[in-house]
Design a protein around this ligand. Structure first.
Ligand SMILES: NC(=O)c1ccc[n+]([C@@H]2O[C@H](COP(=O)([O-])OP(=O)(O)OC[C@H]3O[C@@H](n4cnc5c(N)ncnc54)[C@H](OP(=O)(O)O)[C@@H]3O)[C@@H](O)[C@H]2O)c1
Length: 281
């Protein structure tokens, strides 16, 4: 396995097994860190309209000198732009900021934003209709969701013509979200792991220090390898070049079954996923 290996989404599109995260990176930091990531061999970049750094990501794509088709780019519909007209415009805005002719994967960022709490089902259905049209127009290659639970996906299935291929959720040893992962599996949906390092909180878990030392690896490398061995697609983020490189060096060791179980048992030690029906944004 390597950074350029892929999972096949159910519509046939191939997605690299590790992505590079950009949440909380300024436009400038996103540009610089994505350039480092592409230089280190990452070929999958994760951004979102809400991160306000799509333009920085777009500049890095151009500056890297790589061909557009060599890089997999994900962006997301923000919580304020649900609905048919809104989503249609949001897709155009993301394309323009990324300075790309197409987006590889487009996600609804959250299923039940506070702005649409009274009509979230209809808002998702209408957003999805705009997303489907963009697929038909060649502007998006694959559709997916983020932070969706089973009941949100069931509601979407009532009207969707194109099925979601991937669900991006918080997944790390502190919260493995077993029900959502099982739902994804049952429906052929890839489980993409956001906050694979617990947004930094994973480094405080004592047991991981010993385990990482056993494999002569860092905690970050151990936990990212754990994610891959579970069949997840981790999205580590860093704005430090040495960490960007370190987080990619996870293909030369294998965690034993026993140690995988020990890591699985760290539930609750580094935070947990937010309830998407209770968020205040
Ligand atoms: N869909 C969603 O709702 C959602 C939500 C959250 C995240 N995401 C996506 O998932 C990506 C990753 O999640 P995340 O940003 O929460 O964080 P993360 O990748 O779990 O952790 C990043 C944090 O760990 C630090 N770090 C990274 N590598 C390290 C290393 N090797 N050693 C020590 N510290 C290290 C980073 O610091 P420095 O940057 O200072 O190096 C940063 O503070 C996001 O960037 C975003 O693309 C999506």
């Amino acid at each position: 396995m390597s950074l350029t290996d892929t999972y096949k989404l159910k519509n046939g599109v191939e997605i690299p097994v590790v992505g590079f995260g950009t949440w909380q990176s300024s436009e400038e930091d996103a540009e610089q860190s994505v350039l480092w990531a592409l230089d280190a061999g990452y070929r999958h970049i994760d951004t979102a309209a809400a991160y306000r750094n799509e333009a920085g990501v777009g500049r890095a794509l151009k500056k890297s000198g790589l061909k557009r088709e060599e890089i997999f780019v994900t962006t997301k519909l923000s919580n304020k732009e649900h609905g048919y007209e809104e989503a249609k415009q949001a897709i155009e805005d993301s394309l323009s900021k990324l300075d790309c002719e197409y987006i590889d994967l487009y996600l609804i960022h959250w299923p039940n934003p506070i702005k649409y709490r009274d009509n979230w089902k209809e808002a998702n259905a209408e957003s999805w209709r705009a997303m489907e049209e963009a697929v038909e127009a060649g502007k998006i290659r694959a559709l997916g969701v983020s932070n969706f639970h089973g009941h949100h996906l069931d509601a979407l299935a009532e009207t969707a013509k194109i099925e979601p291929t991937l669900n991006q959720i918080l997944l790390n040893p502190s919260d493995m979200q077993p029900e959502v992962v099982q739902y994804n599996k049952d429906h052929g949906i890839v489980s993409e792991a956001y906050s694979p390092l617990g947004t930094g909180k994973i480094f405080e878990v004592e047991e991981l220090k010993e385990l990482a030392a056993k494999y002569d690896k860092s905690i970050a490398q151990l936990v990212l390898r754990w994610s891959l061995q579970h069949g997840f697609l981790p999205l580590p983020k860093s704005v430090h070049e040495e960490r960007v490189r370190e987080n990619a060096d996870i293909f030369d060791f294998e965690i034993s079954e026993e140690d995988m179980k020990q890591i699985d048992a760290l539930k609750g030690r580094a935070g947990e996923a937010a309830d998407p029906d209770q968020t205040q944004f």
